[in-house]
Write a protein that binds this ligand. Sequence first.
Ligand code: SAM
Ligand code: SF4
Length: 329
Amino acid sequence: MILEDNYGRKHDYLRISITDRCNLRCIYCMGEGGVKLLDHDSILTYEEIIKFVKALVPLGLKKLRITGGEPLVRKGVENLIGGLSQLDGIEDIALTTNGILLEPMIDKLLANGLKRVNISLDSLRPETFKKISRVGNVSDVLKGIKAALKKGLNPLKINVVLMKGFNDDEIYDFLKLTLDNPIHVRFIEYMPLDGHDKMWKERYLPLTVVKEKAVSLGFELQRAEGIIGNGTAETWKIHGSQGTVGFINPVSCHFCESCTRLRLTADGKFKPCLYWQEEINIRKAIDDPVKLQELIQYGLKMKHEKHRMDLENPIAETGSARSMVQIGG
Ligand code: SAM
Ligand code: SF4
């Protein structure tokens, strides 16, 4: 038994959302009032998450990413990382974070086995950062990035969701960051995930604009290979730069045929695809590894060939319309 779907895709990567809570309120991720939060009782315990992962390792699971909501707001996250890193067969544990709490927590995260971080940062300018995140201070994220660089975390990736009229005037600044630092900036297309169709249609930009801008600025882009964990990103390098520039184009040019990722939501739902509504409640089988494996195999067979996140097919088609903070980005 391996983690294979009906289209021959073999999955070795699980993204685990550990909370739907967050210390920011990013406009593309949730409405102004936030989302309806899950009861504490419905959130998987760390012990349950470890049981789930342990059951999937014999089927080929090798790589994990801890996400949320904001994973660093859940108490004891370092203990979860510690527990997961003890499992034979798990080769890589990464974290996606908004970086606000990273600097004070980085030592204990690394001491417990965290290998890499992706930090989300949509603007380098304090006012724009506040406009996008509604409540955050960019200086806290920059401290987190500095701490990660100081610890020699490599590759250090910065995720930038590009939005028309918000941060498309900062393309140069982000490209420049890769020239001067060993940082991998990954531009991400804004996805229509929470049913906010109107804003998405107004703000969505295809990432071709970044390439066009780079060329117009005289940057010479060349393909870069071998960046760990860059499965979904098309990766380039500016001639002479220390870092790279990645393009994650889920809307304009989807990468479904090479998808190797699975998701576990904070409330214990296995999701074979970010986009489609199919979810399987794994909680009832959490103490039975064989049953868990059967449920996952069953779920994998429901995985669609492609998502339909394009300009003609807004997310409403899936019916579920959960936002990223609820699914786990
Ligand atoms: N709170 C953490 C963070 O922001 O990095 C982890 C969770 S967040 C949901 C994970 C990633 O999803 C972030 O990089 C965020 O920018 C991205 N994201 C959220 N909503 C998105 C959307 N509608 N389109 C594209 N990316 C989105
Ligand atoms: Fe929070 Fe991350 Fe969503 Fe921003 S993108 S609101 S930081 S979960």
